[in-house]
Design a binder for this molecule. Structure first.
Ligand code: ATP
Length: 268
């Protein structure tokens, strides 16, 4: 294991925007993730793939600071360890997470008010937030449905709205948990373009969990594979998953860094 060699180096010091060290997560004594070390540069797009149930969403929740790890740390720009989700981290899930009883515009305004320290906006603040919401809707191609309710939108449009909501707080890292998993293939392709454009515009650092390897390589600069290098057939839940491969997706997947090469089964 080690630091990815292609990270920018300044005066011999690796410039890491997101720094993960010695991360473990267990639930009820059952390890889900173990020994995760990772350095991600500012603006990188990191795709995460792995078998179902291996802990990919758990890793995103840890990045979001929605839960605390059993061991280890996650720091952004070497800042303090976050104890709860904050404005600098935005998240989008596979299932549409928009509010069905609010219009498209009101959904964006609501997301902005939740992101404030108090959780609500003043009257003057609401008008300014509505103006910003309209600008954002223009940007994400939903201005024409600003007064519509989410149920009348297609799946792709609802996911655009969910991404728009996550962007209201201008997060420095965006976490996408299978964001296109529920969309048809054509809509998925247009969402790929949409996310690539947003990324180019904002320079955000993005982590995306996907079950679609091709999607991971297409959008990501890196593709991380989560797997269990330690495996006890008599006790399958004895060990957690870690990052076993760290592919450089910018060069057709080669060369890649093997983070874990001990794939041999460990017998009890
Ligand atoms: N809060 C929790 N308490 C107990 N167990 C949990 C908790 N959250 C997740 N798990 C367990 O941790 C394991 C990993 O779950 P996680 O959702 O992170 O996997 P995943 O790789 O994202 O799966 P999938 O690809 O199917 O979405 C699962 O066995 C799950 O049941």
């Amino acid at each position: 294991m080690g630091v990815a060699p292609r990270l920018p180096v300044d005066g011999g010091v690796v410039v890491s925007f997101v720094r993960v060290r010695g991360l473990w997560q267990s639930y009820g004594g059952r390890p889900i993730l173990e020994r995760i070390d990772l350095d991600v540069a500012k603006g990188e797009f990191v795709s995460i793939v792995g078998a179902s149930g291996c802990g990919k969403s758990t890793f995103l929740r840890l990045l979001l600071a929605e839960e605390m790890p059993s061991r280890g740390t996650i720091r952004i720009e070497d800042g303090p360890v976050a104890r709860e989700p904050g404005r600098e981290r935005g998240v989008v899930f596979q299932r549409y997470s928009v509010f069905p009883h609010l219009t498209v515009r009101a959904n964006v305004v609501a997301a902005e008010s939740f992101a404030t320290r108090r959780g609500w906006l003043s009257r003057a603040g609401r008008q300014a937030a509505r103006d910003r919401a309209d600008a954002l809707l223009e940007r994400i191609g939903l201005a024409h449905v600003a007064d519509a309710y989410p149920a009348t939108l297609s799946g792709g449009m609802q996911q655009r709205l969910a991404i728009g909501q996550a962007l209201t707080a201008r997060p420095r890292i965006l976490l996408l948990d299978e964001p296109f998993g529920a969309l048809d293939p054509g809509t998925r392709l247009s969402m790929h373009d949409f996310v690539s454009e947003l990324r180019a515009e904002t320079g955000m650092t993005i982590f995306m969990v996907t079950h679609d390897l091709a999607e991971g390589f297409k959008l990501g600069d890196r593709v991380l594979v989560f797997d269990k290098p330690r495996w006890d057939p008599h006790e399958p839940e004895a060990f957690g998953a870690t990052i076993t491969y760290d592919f450089d997706a910018r060069h057709g997947g080669i060369p890649y860094q093997i983070k874990e090469d001990d794939h041999a089964a460990i017998h009890a």
